[in-house]
Design a protein around this ligand. Sequence first.
Ligand SMILES: *Cc1c(COP(=O)(O)O)cnc(C)c1O
Length: 419
Amino acid sequence: MNPFVYKNGALHAEDVAVADIASAVGTPFYCYSTAGLVQRYTDFANAFSHNRATICYAVKANGNLAVIRTLAALGAGADVVSEGELRRALAAGTPTDRIVFSGVGKSRAELAYALTQGIVQINVESEPELEALSETCVALDKTASIGVRVNPDVDAQTHAKISTGKAENKFGIDITRAPAVFARARDLPGVNPVSVAVHIGSQITDLTPLRIAFGHLASLVDRLRADGHNITRLDLGGGLGIRYEDETPPTPAEYAAMVNETLGHLDCHLMFEPGRVLVGEAGILVTSVLYDKPGESRRFVIVDAAMNDLVRPSMYDAYHGVLPIRETSSDIMLSDADIVGPVCETGDTFARHRAMPPVDPGDMLAILSAGAYGAVMSSTYNARLLIPEVLVNGDAFAVVRARPSYDELLKLDQFADWQ
Ligand SMILES: *Cc1c(COP(=O)(O)O)cnc(C)c1O
């Protein structure tokens, strides 16, 4: 189900005309669909309905409180990678017994905060971090169930900047070191190693690398159990890809079949950390055309959103589909155009060589599949305001993050006392 479809020639988000939201909040803005979130979460959860499993939504994909709450209400936990994300998950109502803390560099202050909240699991990614966590546990008189994130040295075959499972990547502990690290963890006070965690990358569209990684994981668990460790959980990370252009990512059911094939015999409680696959296709970025600029060699459609609002095209060379809010009738001539933002960087380009109808200033476009790694990666570069986020549910919509004012933006700075 795609929640963003034309009805009577006008793009809708569920039952709301996108143009009506634009009238209320102005452009640019992000628009998320509750039905889209529910559908994606339900598909994923149903695939594992016969497993003991916790689905910990990776908050970094979209940290809006209303999005987290929508998923939490369906039973999702949270995978967080900072104290800020942990606070977001808690504020949105995620139960602590479904929150796992991942990340390659958690400070002692962040670990202490997580321990006082009593979340279900902390994943350590290095031996010094393991020592720091143990010391923090002792100081606070707490015991933490921990996972050790291993690096299986598998190429996820995705964009280099979101590939995390190769030995040269900064993530996890070399899988060959894992038995020694578990032995060390067993001897340390305050930490109880119960889980092995793995996450090899994002936007993975082929199950093969995941299958290889999980195979390594299964061998490791056998070895750890032979060493006397009580491994009761596996944290399989996130990474499932979505369709941006013409990808055919595995379905949750296909993914689940592979998981059960490779790891089912271990009889562990499974934890998943899906991000993109739950929220990516449930969001669009709506922007208005400022100018249609014909060039000698290129046509540029200049829009009011920019790379600071959605950085994926410039950061990851990512493809995003673009649809006019007003449906293009079939007799209209299309011509090749680049869709660009106003920021003073050539990288501020959303799309190249798209067949676009003629557009007038004020016409609106939707940039598709913008629900993941969109708003969360935005900045105020060029002193542009963060853009609003809107959540649609059936025929209702609500602003779930308002556009700040220029006063608020300027107030973040202050003068030094000698000025
Ligand atoms: C980023 C991340 C995820 C989520 O990845 P997706 O590709 O969005 O599913 C899950 N776990 C960890 C540890 C991560 O760093």
